[in-house]
Design a protein around this ligand. Structure first.
Ligand SMILES: [Zn+2]
Length: 300
């Protein structure tokens, strides 16, 4: 009687070959889908870990959970720029005191929105915040984040003067000045790798530069020109930009805004020339009494 099922040598060999081929095919798929990406992640992590860091050591666990987020500063998309700006904002909020005065913040947001609508980059979601600090100063990071000190709101005599500084800071964002500075710093300190910078390195460098380092002279001129354009297009009196700078220059203690922004008198001259060339000179935002009664009062 023939067994119910009998392998001949031939059929056994065929069966083994079929299974072997199946195994090979699925191994190739596995290798393509999992092994290669896994190797690149491991390489990326070891690159990050082998690069020396200025102060903070990289915490490996969050890095693994979040995935390795690498930023190419030379080729940053708008989405990445906004994301970095948001991360830096989280960090900055621990370094400076953000005002909880809703009325004052809404006012700054209102002025900011009016200016933002006339920016060269109207599509970035601008964020305007008030910092409780008496120093006459304002600063911006990237991806639309602008910070205005209470000291600056206090020092301005009208809305146009205040708007002129906010416009200048938006000019830095338009020109991507901080991104450029971050790239230079990363290269100079040797922490930029061929793959770029990881998120914590980028945030640390950006926050330090935004708070402690002046922009270059060239970037200041560029931010002035861009800021003047934004201010004028938004309908504010362009003369306020010059009058405010002159006023601050004349103080016994030069305010942070000017002392960290080099070459103030040359900037005034350059701005005045550009204003003289403007076809018309608006007077909007020059109402000192209104500003004093409604805005400075919010600071008390
Ligand atoms: Zn500046």
């Amino acid at each position: 009687m023939r067994p119910y099922f009998q392998f001949s040598h031939n059929s056994l060999f065929t069966l083994i070959m079929i299974n072997w081929n199946k195994f090979l095919a699925s191994y190739r798929v596995w290798r393509r889908r999992w092994l290669y990406p896994l190797i690149s992640v491991i390489v990326a992590i070891s690159l990050c870990l082998s690069t020396p860091l200025p102060s903070k050591a990289i915490d490996l666990l969050p890095l693994l959970f979040q995935g390795v987020q690498i930023f190419q500063l030379s080729n940053l998309s708008t989405r990445q720029e906004v994301e970095l700006g948001r991360q830096m904002n989280n960090e900055l909020r621990q370094e400076v005191r953000i005002s909880r005065n809703r009325q004052l913040t809404s006012y700054i947001e209102e002025v900011g929105r009016r200016l933002a609508a006339n920016s060269d980059r109207p599509n970035i979601p601008y964020t305007f915040q008030v910092v409780e600090d008496d120093a006459v100063n304002a600063f911006a990071t990237l991806g639309g984040f602008v910070y205005v000190n209470t000291g600056l709101i206090q020092a301005a005599e009208n809305e146009a003067e205040l708007a002129s500084v906010i416009g200048h800071e938006m000019g830095h964002i338009e020109g991507k000045h901080l991104v450029k500075q971050m790239r230079q710093r990363a290269i100079a300190s040797g922490i930029a790798t061929a793959t770029g910078l990881n998120r914590s390195q980028a945030v640390a460098i950006g926050v330090d530069l935004a708070l402690n380092r002046p922009r270059s002279r060239q970037d200041e001129y560029d931010a002035d020109t861009r800021g003047l354009k934004i201010l004028t297009q938004a309908g504010y009196a362009p003369s306020a930009m010059v009058s405010f700078m002159k006023k601050l220059q004349g103080r016994s203690v030069i305010p942070t805004f000017l002392s960290t922004h080099p070459g103030a008198s040359d900037r005034v001259k350059s701005l005045q020339r550009q204003i003289d060339d403007l076809p018309s000179n608006s007077n909007y935002g020059l109402d000192n009494a209104d500003y004093k009664a409604n805005i400075r009062a919010l600071l008390l």
